[in-house]
Design a protein around this ligand. Structure first.
Ligand SMILES: *[C@@H]1O[C@H](CO)[C@@H](O)[C@H](O)[C@H]1NC(C)=O
Length: 143
């Protein structure tokens, strides 16, 4: 699981179990706690889609208590305009070029790539979002 801000990525969380609401909340707790300096600032929002893990009662309750008014609801089934999906496509293309030979190498390549994503790249990326959304609107919901 990965997340990013305008100026950098949060540490990548490589999962070995199926992600459910309980694990999702645990990840939020651990990652957000580790990033307390960001968490306690006001200039961020969590963008997430309506995946059942994100909308589960337990997730909602945790968010309401720990990060009220920080969540932006995003339409489901809309990977074209989901910032993280677009970033993952870019990462997957890079990883395919590197051609990791096994899971160990894949984890290492993925982590190296993720941790070294440049802040300028992310800023340009975020700034392209209105244009991406407009393209979807102009094409009646298709890209
Ligand atoms: C994974 O692949 C790399 C590169 O081929 C190799 O050096 C390494 O020993 C492999 N690791 C495992 C656990 O197979």
């Amino acid at each position: 699981m990965g997340s990013f801000l305008l100026y950098g990525t949060f540490p990548l969380c490589i999962l070995t179990h199926m992600l459910n609401a309980e694990l999702f909340v645990k990840i939020l707790e651990v990652h957000l706690h580790a990033q307390a300096h960001v968490f306690h600032q006001d200039d961020w929002f969590l963008v997430q889609d309506n995946d059942p893990k994100h909308t589960a009662k337990m997730t909602k309750a945790w968010m309401e208590k720990n990060m009220p008014n920080k969540k932006i609801n995003w339409p489901s089934q809309s990977p074209d305009i989901n910032p993280i999906e677009n970033l993952f496509v870019w990462v997957k293309q890079k990883l395919l070029k590197k051609g990791p030979k096994n899971i160990t190498q894949l984890k290492k390549e993925f982590t190296d790539l993720w941790e070294n994503i440049n802040g300028n790249f992310l800023e340009n990326y975020w700034r392209s979002m209105p244009k991406r959304c407009q393209l979807v609107i102009d094409n009646d919901g298709a890209k």
